[in-house]
Each structure stands twice: as C-alpha cells, then as structure tokens.
Ligand binder design. Structure first.
Ligand code: NAD
Ligand code: ZN
Length: 372
C-alpha cells in the first residue's frame, strides 16, 4: 500500500492506494473526525457489494447510511436536496463527516453535499470504480448536472482523505472496468512513459484484473493525477493536460446524447483522434501514433464512431465549455509521455482527421498494429 499526498488550497490530504488500503479506514477516520458522527453516502448497488465490509470498519462511529441512485440521470440537485434533508433528520451537525463510497456519480454528489451542508463538512472518498480511483476522487471537483448540461453546478471541495483499494474493483461490470482503463492509458500518454510501456507489455494482465498489474497501474495513475492537481488545483495551467483526448470525447458524447459511449470509451476514441491530429500537424510520429492506437484498441472494442458529419462534430466541440471564444484548442502529444496544450488546429485538418476516424482508416490501422 502507498500513501500519496495531494496539495489543496486548504491543506494537504493523503490518498491511500493499493491492496489492503481499505483496512486503514478506521485510522483515516479517527484522524479526521472531530467527535462528530459519520454519515455514509453510497448507492444500493455499491453498498450491496461492499457495505458489510465498510460497515464493519466504521463500527460505532457510523450514524446513518444514505443510499442514493447513482445513475447519471440522478446526478442532479434533487438528489443533493434529498441527501441534505436526510442528514438533517439524522442529526448531522457541522462536525459531521461524510464517507462517500461509490463511483464518480456518488463521489461528485456526496462531495457537493459535503461542500454545501452546514457550509462545508469533512469528506472522505472511498472510490469503487476505476474512473473514481484514478480520476474523480482526487482533485476536488464536485457537482451535479442540470437539464442544460453536465456538471454545470458544483464546487471545488477537496476531501480530507481518499482510500483507493483495487480489491473493491473486483465486482465492477466488465464494460465499466474497461472504460476506466482508457483513462489510465491517458495518464501514460500525458506524462508517464513507464506506465505506457507497462500497459504495452501487460494489458491482458490488467484486463484480467491481476492484482499486481492492476495495483501498479492504478497507483501510477493516482500519482500522476496527484502531481497535476497539486500543482494546479483550479485548472489555470497544467491541469489542462488531463483533457488529452477529451475535446473529441465530449463532442462524441454530446452528439450521441450520452447514450452510445461510456465516458472512458469516448476518451479512447478521443486519444486515437488526437494522436492522428498530432501526426497531421507534424508534431508526433506515425510510429508513436500506432502505439497509442494499438494500446487503446487492446483495452477492448470501442462502440463504432458515429455516422455524423464532421461539421456537426466540430460544432459540438465549439460548444464545449472548455473552448475559448469558439477557437478549437487541443492537448496533443509530442512524444509518448509529453503533451502540448492549447494547440490550435485548422478546421480543414480537423475535418480530415474526423473523416479518417469515421471512414475506418484509423481503426484499421489500430487493429493491424494490435495483431502484430
Ligand atoms: N469530479 C471529477 O473530477 C470527475 C472526473 C471524472 C468523472 N467524473 C464523473 O464521474 C461520473 C462517472 O463515474 P464512474 O465512471 O465512476 O461511474 P458511475 O459512478 O456512474 O458508476 C458506474 C456503475 O458502476 C456501479 N458500481 C460502482 N462501483 C461498483 C463496484 N465496485 N462493483 C459493482 N458495481 C459498481 C455503479 O452502481 C454504476 O451502476 C460522471 O458523472 C463524471 O462526470 C468526475
Ligand atoms: Zn475523463
């Protein structure tokens, strides 16, 4: 088990990661809790899988368990209100501690509840999906969706501690599991050659959830995310590198109304497209593009690229909240392990890349190198 520190504006917190990390929960809680009661926020499904274990570890400190629907459609203000009202009825005061047990949806909602209840109460994340362990539980972004769009209401609210135990991932459905692995590939490309090479050699082990291999890639990813958000908590600079593949991914998700791809799958496509764009712009080698496409393809079959005209995808990219004044800027790789932010691409080059993805040229290339 490893301890990785994250620096946030209001202090440093620790991420315990690796096998056996969950057993440390009582110590983490006793360090953070200020005599207040502990309130668990989870979902019925997650709680069915690991509730008994967490309950046992929390012992008599747990006052109540609030189970919320963790479908993406329930990540909204009504769910926040219900959870807050439940806290009031259960007697939560300003010293209360929330322990969020679940994937990104539970974490984002519980985090926002912790940020706003009594103007802020302590929070511990126990992430139970790959995405939550390597991404959403660290960095302090919390929030919910509005009918107008995703994550439009929220707060930066770092937890007091994170316990990321890969053992909790054993019950995760295969597609959810693979979806998180694409984000791990992302960490390799943006800043960790060693992680990328490990994935090239050991992808099958990771996909089998081999303890040692999975533990290693999760720990490397957490270290990377911790480094980035410690340096740039509020996304004014370095944190932008985490958006590698995401300009394309958000467009793919939005044109398919979030129904066709899991987020990580859209990121998988996004990385393939970004690598192609970087080659087109003369800043990345075809050989490295093949490596990115091949590792991504090995994670599993991606739902097909949508049959949607390039112009419509470009319009969706321009509507993304991360675009500045409608100008399309990308995070593109220079080498495996190094990316450049804010690269502007001409519409014509971009359209060519999108057509190549739609036409199957890029997939065929990836599949070929996958067979090698
Ligand atoms: N705050 C951030 O920085 C950040 C970063 C990335 C993603 N997110 C958000 O995270 C959400 C996606 O989160 P996610 O990918 O973790 O998925 P999720 O929370 O939607 O969970 C996916 C499914 O897996 C189930 N599940 C969770 N853990 C399980 C387990 N151990 N065993 C069996 N089933 C389990 C859940 O019940 C759910 O049905 C999105 O809303 C996204 O916006 C936030
Ligand atoms: Zn992502």
């Amino acid at each position: 088990m490893k301890r990785i520190s994250v620096q946030a504006a209001n202090g440093t917190y620790e991420v315990l990661c690796g096998r056996g990390a969950l057993r440390e929960l009582p110590h983490v809680v006793s360090r953070i809790r200020q005599e207040g009661a502990v309130f668990v926020v989870s979902s019925p499904r997650v709680w069915r899988h690991c509730g008994a274990r967490v309950e046992k570890l929390l012992g008599g400190t747990r006052r109540a368990t609030i189970l919320m629907n963790d479908a993406e459609t329930a990540k909204n203000l009504s769910t926040v209100e219900r959870a807050c009202r439940h806290l009031v009825r259960a007697g939560a005061d300003r010293r209360a501690l929330i322990v969020a047990v679940g994937g990104g949806v539970v974490g984002d909602v519980a985090g926002f509840v912790a940020a706003s209840y009594a103007r802020g109460i302590a929070l511990i994340h126990i992430p139970t999906t790959v995405v939550a362990q390597v991404d959403s539980a660290l960095g302090g972004k919390t929030g919910v969706n509005l009918p107008e769009g995703k994550n439009l209401v929220g707060a930066f609210y770092p937890p007091k501690g994170v316990v990321a135990d890969p053992e909790l991932l054993s019950t995760l459905p295969p597609r959810e599991f693979r979806s998180g692995i694409y984000e791990i590939v992302k960490y390799g490309v943006i800043g960790d050659v060693k992680l990328f090479e490990f994935l090239e050699k050991n992808m099958e082990k990771v996909l089998r959830r081999d303890r040692a291999a999975l533990g290693y890639v999760i720990e490397r990813s957490i270290a990377q995310k911790a480094r980035v958000v410690s340096e740039d908590e509020h996304e004014s600079g370095l944190r932008e590198i985490l958006n590698f593949g995401h300009t394309f991914a958000h467009a793919l998700e939005s044109v398919t109304r979030y129904r066709k791809y899991l987020h990580g799958e859209a990121v998988g496509w996004g990385m393939i497209a970004a690598a192609r764009l970087a080659v087109e712009m003369g800043m990345f080698s075809s050989r490295d593009e093949d490596r990115v496409a091949s590792v991504t393809a090995r994670v599993g079959p991606l739902p097909a690229w949508p049959s949607i005209p390039a112009a419509k995808l470009i319009a969706a990219m321009q509507a993304d909240k991360k675009t500045r004044a409608g100008r399309l800027r990308f995070v593109l790789p220079e080498r495996i392990g190094t990316v450049r932010c804010g690269v502007e691409a001409e519409a014509e080059v971009l359209a060519r890349v999108l057509r190549a993805c739609a036409g199957g040229a890029v997939q065929t290339k990836a599949a070929k190198s996958r067979r090698k």
